[in-house]
Design a protein around this ligand. Structure first.
Ligand code: AHR
Length: 488
């Protein structure tokens, strides 16, 4: 038995819809084949964008999409990806698999994709191997309507009006693949590059600085101290591994119960990371004006057998659904500081919401979690405390139930996960007087997954919800993620 107590009087603020954002890099089959197949493909598409994938992403109401990387961003030169296709430069993608990048998907294509999905673009600029002028002119190309040579070029390439891109990050992982910089050096570089990221017209560019790698609190301290007043957001990257970086990250589909709990335990570490980075940021920004932008998160396993090791293709099980549920509950609870998050990566790479193979497409369990959670977007977060037993003894012991709640137009959304691989749990919801309640659930064995031609995991109505004296009672199956909609 677990008890959830909602306290509608206490709230950390609005859950930014951008917490439900995604990330798509020129990596493996994410952009090419996953999102973009080109106009001449036999796979149904609109202006080169896969229609099935775009439709699936629209159903999730994806709010924001980050591009072009990742590590790729610091080798990407935007001018290579504009203008007539036949004139576009070819390069070798040295970060990811050494394949030829023909730049057929560039700025215009990305912004067309965002328009089709109905989401905001989030562009990551190149500090590692690009110049200040190159970055400044990209922003001019994107957002200016002035009569300059750069803007005339955009118009000659078929786009008259500025796109008014809002979200822009200055470098990616500048502590690693983006240039192996020290925080002191990057802080100065950030200040220099960000100065020339100009504001055009009424559009307000939301400038994001490269933030820390997982628990590097010193990076956060130095960036906030030296460059905090020049930024709107600071990024954070944290990946959940079952194994380790050096030997094996573990299999995506074959794992023991202990490995299952270890992975979930490590996913839950996001709470500590967000809390501690926020505490450091509070010292320099007590009014929480600078958002923490978790623009890379998710589970990272060994690639599937027989696939290019540089393509980071992995299957996605109920374990990943739990990773997503745990993480999104954490972001909701910390919505006073976490203003955006981007799951890595949308299609065919790492913890994807969609997998494709030729013209076939599979929605992963993680996709369904985003579907279950979408009512939180732009709702008012409501504090909820969870009293629950532990699952798994020893090092990976953790609460059996995780939850987060929000309210919009008199309807509460309560998302819950029962982490136990084997045992159902009865949950009682208190703190509000419920008049009506409905629910949806995703459940299956911890290592089950959807495969091409065989999708066994999908969202179903949650049966057996009881209402007694305004208190909701519900039984959650083992290894399940649920969303309750409660009218008070
Ligand atoms: O998402 C894959 C890679 O992980 C990104 O390119 C990089 O930023 C991170 O290390």
């Amino acid at each position: 038995m677990a008890k959830i107590i909602l306290d509608p009087a206490r709230s950390a603020g609005t859950v930014s819809k951008n917490i439900y954002g995604h990330f798509s890099e020129h990596l493996g089959r994410c952009i090419y084949q996953g999102l973009f197949v080109g106009k001449d493909s036999p796979i149904p598409n609109k202006n080169g964008m896969r229609s099935d994938v775009v439709e699936a992403l629209k159903k999730l109401a994806v709010p924001v999409l980050r591009w072009p990387g990742g590590c790729f961003a610091d080798e990407y030169h935007w001018e290579d990806g504009i203008g007539p296709q036949e004139g576009r430069r070819h390069m070798v993608n040295t970060n990811w698999g050494g394949v030829v990048e023909d730049n057929s998907f560039g700025t215009h294509e990305f912004l067309e994709l965002c328009a089709q999905i109905g989401c905001e673009p989030y562009i990551n600029g190149n500090v590692g191997s690009g110049t200040v002028r190159e970055m400044a002119e990209w922003i001019e190309y994107l957002n200016s309507d002035g009569d300059s040579t750069v803007v005339r070029r955009r118009r000659a390439n078929g786009r008259h009006d500025a796109w008014n891109v809002k979200y822009f990050c200055v470098g990616n992982e500048s502590w690693g693949c983006g240039g192996n910089m020290r925080p002191e050096y990057y802080a100065d570089e950030y200040r220099r590059y960000a100065t020339f990221c100009r504001q055009y017209g009424k559009n307000r560019l939301y400038k994001i600085a490269c933030g820390p790698n997982s628990d590097d609190y010193e990076w956060t301290r130095i960036l906030m101290e030296r460059a905090g007043k020049y930024m709107d957001g600071l990024s954070l990257h944290y990946y959940t591994l079952c194994g380790d970086w050096q030997t094996s990250k573990g299999s995506a589909t074959r794992f023991t119960e202990e490995e299952y709990y270890r992975t979930l335990f490590r996913a839950a570490r996001m709470d500590e990371l967000v809390s501690r980075h926020s505490a450091v940021m509070d010292r320099f920004d007590p009014d929480k004006k600078v958002g923490l932008i978790v623009d890379e998160w998710g589970a990272w396993y060994d690639v599937e057998e027989g696939t290019n090791p540089g393509f980071l293709y992995q299957q996605n099980t109920m374990r990943d659904a739990m990773v997503a549920a745990i993480t999104l509950n954490i972001f909701n609870r910390h919505c006073d500081r976490v203003k955006m998050a981007n799951l890595a990566q949308t299609v065919n790479v790492l913890q994807s919401v969609i997998l494709t193979e030729g013209d076939r497409m599979v929605l992963t369990p993680t996709y369904h979690v985003f579907d279950l959670y979408k009512d939180h977007m732009d709702a008012r977060q409501v504090e909820c405390s969870v009293e629950s037993e532990s699952v798994c003894e020893g090092e990976y012991a953790q609460p059996q139930v995780t939850a987060s709640a929000s309210e919009k137009d008199g309807v509460f959304t309560l998302t819950l996960a029962n982490l136990s691989a084997a045992a159902p749990v009865r949950v009682q919801v208190e703190g509000i007087r419920a008049a009506q309640c409905s629910g949806r659930v995703l459940t299956g064995p911890m290592d089950s997954f959807n495969d091409f031609g065989c999708s066994i995991l999908e969202v179903r109505p949650l049966e057996g919800i009881s209402l007694t004296d305004g208190s909701v009672g519900v039984a959650l199956p083992a290894c399940s993620v649920a969303s309750l909609r409660i009218r008070a």
